[in-house]
Design a protein around this ligand. Sequence first.
Ligand SMILES: *[C@@H]1O[C@H](CO)[C@@H](O)[C@H](O)[C@H]1NC(C)=O
Ligand SMILES: *[C@@H]1O[C@H](CO)[C@@H](O)[C@H](O)[C@H]1NC(C)=O
Length: 460
Amino acid sequence: MPSDENAPLMGSKPKHWSNVKKRTMFTRTVIALALLFGVAGGVAWFTKATSSTGGGGDTNDPDFSSLRGFCDDIEAIQPSEYLERHARLAETLPEGGALVMEPGPTMLYYTNIEWSLSERPFLVVLQRAANSTITTTVVTPMFEATRALEAIQEAKLPMEISIKVVEWIEHGSPYETTAELLEEASHVFVEPGVRLFVYDGLADILSQQHGVVTTMASRALQTLRMVKSPAEIAIMRCANRATVAAAKKVRHHVKPGMTEADIASLVTQALTAAGLTNTWVLALVDENAAFPHGEPGATKRVTKHSTVLIDSGGELLGYQSDVTRTFFMDNGDRNSHNQTIVDAWYLVKSAQQAVLHDAHAGSTCAEVDLAARHVIDRAGYGRYFTHRLGHGIGEEMHEEPYMNQGNTHIKLQPGMTFSVEPGIYITHEFGIRLEDIVVVTKDGNLELLTDSLADNPWTL
Ligand SMILES: *[C@@H]1O[C@H](CO)[C@@H](O)[C@H](O)[C@H]1NC(C)=O
Ligand SMILES: *[C@@H]1O[C@H](CO)[C@@H](O)[C@H](O)[C@H]1NC(C)=O
C-alpha cells in the first residue's frame, strides 16, 4: 500500500449505562430478527453466487487448497530473542536512560505484552541499570492488575527478564507513579506513538519535581526496531511469498464479468488458505487503478482487455506482508493489449530493477526513492508517479523507514525491510503499480523477500 493510515486509537465506550440497559431488550429483539433475515439473505446470496460464479461462466469453485500449510514450518519469535532486543536497547540507551511506551508494536517488540489502549494509561518502562542490563516495569491501573499479570504470563518471556508491576489507583495519578520510578533517570525517552496527554502528564512532573528531561525517542532508539533479526526476516519472507503465491493463483480465476469485489473476495480466500490473518485487499480494474488507494467496488467489471491491479497482504506470527501485482487479461499476446499500458508496465518494472541494482547499505532513503524516480522521469512519466517509492514493513504494515526523496537523514542498514512500489497513475485512464518487499543483506545488497519480481504482465 502506498501510504499511511491512522488506525483509531480506541473504541468509544457507552457513557450512560442506564440508557444502555433500558435499550437492551429492544436491542435483543432487533438482533434476533436481524440474524433471521441475515441467514435467509445469506442463503439466497450464496445460491445466487454459486450458480453464476463471477458472471463469467466459470463453474469451478476456486481451489486454493494447494496454498495450505504454506508457512507451517516457520517458527514464531523465540523467548531468547527478547533478551537480544533488551541487550541492543541497553547498548543504545545512555547510562541511566529510560524508554517509556504505551501498548502497541514497540511494547510487543520489547515485552510481547498485548494490551488495548484506553483512556487509562498502561505503560512499560525500560531502564538501563548501572550494570547495563535493562529493568522492565509495567505501570497498570490497579483494578486491572490481575489481568496485567495474565498478560505478562502470556508473553512467555525468558526467566532472565523479570517484570516489576506497579499499580496506580483509580483516583491517583499514573504520571506520579511512573515519575517515582524515573526520579533517578538521566534522561527519559518516550516512544513516538505515546499519546500527547500521556507524554505531557509525565514530562510535566518529571521536569518540575525531579528535574528530569523527557523527549521523544532518539533516532538511534527508533532505528533498533527497523533492523530485523534473521527470525523476523524468515517470518516476513514466508508471509510475502505466500502473498505473491495467492496473487498468482487468483490470477487464473479472474474472468471477464467479475467485479472488483469478486476479485477481492478471491484474494481473501487465497490469503486465508495460505494461513495469513488480518488480511486486506485492494482490487482495482482499468481506470480505477489510477487511484492508488481506491476501494474495490461492486460495479466495475473486468473485460477481456482489462488491466487488473491487486494490492494485498496479511499477518503471519505478528509480521505483515504487502505485495502488488498488476496484470492484463489478454492471453499473453503482447500486441493485443494497449501498447501504452504495456510499455508503462515494463517501465514500472525497470524502476524496481533500478532500485535493486543501485540501492545498498549506506544509501539514504531519498537515494533509494530517486533510483526508481529517475527511470520513470526519463521516460516522461515523472508527474504520474505521485507517491513515495515505499515504506518500512515489519510488525506494522507501514513503519519507518520511509523511502521518499525528502528522507535524507535515514540510511539503509543491513536488516532493514521495506517495500519497492513504483507506480504510474493517469487519472481516468489507467494505473500500474508493482510492489515487492526487500531486505538489506549483511553484505549490503537488496534481496527480495518476495523471491522474484513479476516476470511479465500476463503470467506474473
Ligand atoms: C543488574 O542490576 C539490576 C538492577 O539493579 C538487578 O535487578 C539485576 O539483577 C542486575 N543484573 C545482573 C546480571 O547483575
Ligand atoms: C491506449 O491507452 C492510452 C492511455 O489510456 C490511450 O490514451 C490510448 O488512446 C489507448 N490506445 C488505444 C489504441 O486504445
